[in-house]
Design a protein around this ligand. Structure first.
Ligand SMILES: [Zn+2]
Length: 301
């Protein structure tokens, strides 16, 4: 079935990205629409519209990566922070509208699936993906299969009683509060005043600015503390770091992160531990959703 194609949907808080993909993950058509956030019905219609725009003859299934906590048996979205989707099944809706199998996965899990099958984690049985963007997301592959539960890796505790976390999270000192792009924005503001950004921090570090380098190293050490704990929980020896901030600042973050993570992690993970950059960039979500579609097609869910 070399000609078989699937539709992939990467749903974000601001945009819906839909693509027509073949089995190898090559994107043949793509469409980007703003995410309607006025109501659940508007959101579901927006997703249907994006799918319809790339739908083609011979499409076998639809896969979606969405920023929701999902009931992993039914695919029902239980709760979402940035989009109005709770208590509904996007998969059922798409099956009814388009008449093909549909699978839905948490977006961070889908990105982990993509890096594992097509990116920086190919051939590895255990890995942790962390995406450092506005927040911190992540997914886990264990014993050669995707962990489909609610893996909120960004909300693991790194600094007890540390800076407050983001959004609806009431925690303090979580990985997301100390190692996200937003945390880097705050580090930049502490150095150069209000309105300074993570981009400036990375740019000045690239130019050899000592204060910027140290601020990023400090973030890297906190990232490493979080990674050390995650490695102790999951026993993975490969940690893939991506996301807008994570990729842009990789050369400044990874070395201090690895040093601290090795200190915190117990053997044997300590010895073989590697921190590498995500390979798929912003397309990870779309490629992961394509893999979810292929799994739906093969009746895996
Ligand atoms: Zn949190």
């Amino acid at each position: 079935m070399a000609s078989l194609r699937v539709i992939a949907v990467d749903l974000g808080g601001t945009k819906i990205l839909a693509g027509l993909l073949d089995r190898n993950g090559t994107v043949h058509r793509r469409c980007e629409l703003p995410t309607p956030t006025g109501s659940q019905e508007a959101l579901l219609r927006g997703i249907e519209e994006a799918v319809a725009q790339v739908f083609a003859e011979g499409v076998g299934a639809i896969g979606c990566g969405i920023p929701s906590v999902l009931d992993r048996r039914t695919g029902v979205s239980l709760d979402s922070t940035n989009i109005p989707l709770a208590g509904a099944s996007l998969g059922e809706r798409l099956i009814a509208r388009f008449g093909v199998p549909a699978g839905v996965e948490n977006d961070a899990n889908a990105a982990a699936l993509a890096e594992w099958k097509r990116g920086a984690g190919v051939g590895v049985d255990d890995l942790i993906l962390l995406t450092l963007g506005t927040g911190v997301g992540g997914g886990v592959v264990l014993d050669g299969s995707l962990f489909r539960g609610w893996a909120e890796l960004g909300h693991t505790l790194v600094v007890a009683d540390g800076p407050p976390c983001q959004g609806t999270c009431t925690g303090r000192g979580h990985l997301e509060a100390v190692a996200s792009g937003n945390a880097a924005d705050r580090a930049a503001e502490a150095l150069w005043g209000p309105g300074s950004t993570a981009e400036q921090l990375v740019q000045r570090a690239g130019g050899g600015d000592g204060a910027a380098l140290e601020a990023l190293a400090a973030i890297g050490r906190l990232l490493g503390a979080g990674i050390g704990s995650l490695v102790n929980v999951f026993g993975a020896e490969l940690v893939i770091v991506g996301g807008g901030f994570g990729s842009a600042a990789a050369e400044f973050l990874f070395e201090p992160a690895l040093e601290v993570a090795r200190r915190e992690a117990l053997p044997p993970a300590r010895k073989g531990l590697r921190i590498v950059e995500a390979a798929l960039g912003p397309d990870a979500g779309l490629i992961g959703a394509g893999l979810v579609a292929l799994a739906a097609l093969d009746g895996e869910r």
